[in-house]
Design a protein around this ligand. Structure first.
Ligand code: PMP
Length: 458
């Protein structure tokens, strides 16, 4: 390797292992090298500007290039970059306090660095909580139930909770005790049934799974209120309330993964607020700092936390630590990020612009390959099919053609993450919450053009 090389493309090919990319032995073209971001736009090293319809990886909620986030990080880094292990610090205290105030309940906040880690933390808390509250002689409550199509992270526990077959292949055996049930995916599986009947069927499946497994062996259920990367699946009215009731009846803890849903994305500060059903634990990352710093949080309600309190010398404390979890710099940025979201009314803006963009995307329903258009706020999905009757997913080449067309027009659109082979057929749109009406129109117009080239594909 030449240490003086200046050709970034070649250096990239020589040295970088990119996430989720099939690297090839010869003539590999590296991904575009990004240099700058402002608002909803990113610019590459050659000066080409792209409209980012996916907020990086569903995370840059307040948009790119926020000087005040850079300033607050700089100031905090100069003042106190890191705090000794057993000490506390002001930005961390203030952010924890703010999160609980926003959620509207008493509890405790455990900081870590990524969405996966926040979920891992929740799983460990759930298992230990039950170990410390169970009646003498009962077996361990260790199982965790999640939904098919849900993504919960890349580390072994979070991956075990991720019910997307393609992601797990080749990494087995995974962590024992992770089970999956069907999400309320009305477009594909609710056909011919009313919303209420289909909803009841999904809840019955969850309850029966718990009964078959033995409720006394189940620690937690984890759900994203709205499934995001798995294909934008919005639950019907009554679903979350039903899950809550089942958990309450069976003594199981309910965890919300709001790594994507949180911080304005769906048109409310938190996704679950659409339904007003509280969890026992909630996990945040991404939008918590809008991607400006690696920070995540597991928020635990007070009754759960109380199982971890004990007399001096007792051993009920949580044996868990993350070196970079909740540093002064990360939490200072998180706090300012929330200030921006509130000051600029970005959750409300996401609701308004989301309704507008959804309306523009629904015009696409006339196209023979557009099966469904759905979402809430600025978390929107377009499910592409070969034909509307069979709902057979559009094949990979068609999906790639649409994404390439958009990219050729300098518009970045997302796609659902691997679920089962052949089912990566949902386009995802989740631009920064500062998106303007003109930018929303540009996103919609570009998609209209790209999808129109699919005509007669099947
Ligand atoms: N949960 C959800 C819903 C996610 O979308 C993601 C990341 N895409 C994660 C968890 C994991 O977050 P991270 O990549 O920060 O570990």
């Amino acid at each position: 390797l030449n240490p003086n090389r200046t050709d970034l493309g070649k250096m990239d090919t020589e040295s970088l292992w990119h996430a989720m990319v099939q690297h090839r032995p010869f003539s590999e073209k590296p991904p575009k090298c990004m240099k700058r971001g402002v608002g909803c736009h990113v610019t590459d090293a050659e000066g080409v500007e792209y409209l980012d319809g996916v907020s990086g990886l569903w995370c840059v909620n307040v948009g790119y290039g926020r000087q005040e986030l850079a300033d607050v990080a700089y100031e905090q880094m100069v003042e106190l970059a890191y705090s000794p292990l057993t000490m506390s610090h002001e930005p961390g205290i203030r952010l924890a306090h703010k999160l609980l105030a926003l959620l509207g309940y008493e509890g405790k906040v455990f900081f870590s660095t990524s969405g996966s880690e926040a979920n891992e933390t929740a799983f460990k808390i759930a298992r230990q909580y039950h170990a410390q509250t169970a009646a003498a002689g009962s077996g361990p409550r260790y199982k965790v139930i999640s939904r098919y199509r849900g993504y919960h992270g890349h580390t072994m526990g979070a991956l075990s909770a991720t019910a997307q077959a393609e992601r797990k292949l080749k990494y087995e055996p995974l962590v024992p005790g992770f089970l999956h049930v069907s999400p309320p995916y009305a477009y594909r599986f609710g056909e011919g049934r009313s919303e209420a009947v289909y909803n009841a069927a999904c809840l019955r499946e969850l309850e029966q799974t718990i009964l078959y497994e033995g409720a006394e062996s189940v620690a937690a259920v984890i759900v994203e209120p709205i499934i995001s990367g798995g294909g934008v699946i919005v639950p019907p009215e009554g679903y979350l309330r039903g899950v809550r009731e089942i958990c309450d009846r069976t003594g199981i803890l309910l965890i919300y993964d709001e790594v994507v849903n949180g911080f304005g994305r769906t048109g409310r500060m938190f996704g679950h607020q659409h339904w007003g059903v509280q969890p026992d634990m909630i996990c945040f990352a991404k939008g918590l700092t809008s991607g400006y710093m690696p920070l995540s949080a597991t928020v635990v309600k007070q009754p759960v936390f109380e199982a971890f309190m004990g007399e001096p010398g007792s051993d009920s404390h949580f044996r868990h630590i993350s070196t970079y979890g909740g540093t002064p710099v990360c939490t200072a940025v998180g706090l300012r990020n929330i200030e921006i979201l509130e000051r600029e009314g970005l959750p409300e803006r996401a609701a308004e612009m989301g309704d507008y963009l959804l309306g523009r995307l629904q015009e696409l329903l006339d196209h023979p390959n557009v099966g469904d258009v759905r979402g809430k706020g600025l978390l929107l999905g377009i499910e592409l099919v070969k034909d509307k009757e069979s709902k057979t997913p559009l094949e990979d080449a068609g999906m790639k053609a649409v994404l390439k067309q958009c990219m050729d027009h300098q518009v970045i659109i997302g796609r659902n993450t691997n679920t089962i082979p052949g089912f990566t057929n949902v386009l995802i749109l989740c631009p920064p919450l500062v998106v303007t009406r003109e930018q929303a129109d540009h996103l919609a117009d570009t998609l209209h053009k790209a999808i129109s080239t699919l005509h007669a594909r099947g």
